[in-house]
Design a protein around this ligand. Sequence first.
Ligand code: FES
Ligand code: FES
Length: 165
Amino acid sequence: MTRISLTVDGMSVTDDVEPRTLLVHYLREVLGKTGTVVGCDTSNCGACTVHLNGTSVKSCNVLAVQADGGEVTTIEGLSRNGELHPVQEAFRECHGLQCGFCTPGMIMQATDLLRENPHPSEQEIRLGLEGNLCRCTGYHNIVRAVQYAAEHADAPAEATAGGAQ
Ligand code: FES
Ligand code: FES
């Protein structure tokens, strides 16, 4: 076992984990952060996307030990004081989801996309989300949601509990 200490959604945590433990499994099974979901076993779907030190990562593709000393933000750390994050609000407003399974990863990826490029074109949004799969929506309302977030928030860069940039 290896001891790791990190910040998750603004909370400091320390745990002993097996070196092979994936970050997504640590988040879900040790910390109970089940808002981050597993949609594949091939690192293709993006449903497990979280932010690690301010950048989106597929948490099924990262070992928990690699997050040691870092800051992780999950979908559960995006809202503040009961207020949805602007990107969450945009997905709600634009009906950017159906079953919702892909949604946590989509929102985390979209948030990072907007941090890097606050006013993306439709093409840039589609490219930025290409690692996140949705089997329900046809992507149109997801793209609209990201456009809406860009239009309605001057700085949609995350205001996360985890303090990620
Ligand atoms: S569960 Fe991580 S990419 Fe699918
Ligand atoms: S809303 Fe169902 S997978 Fe995207």
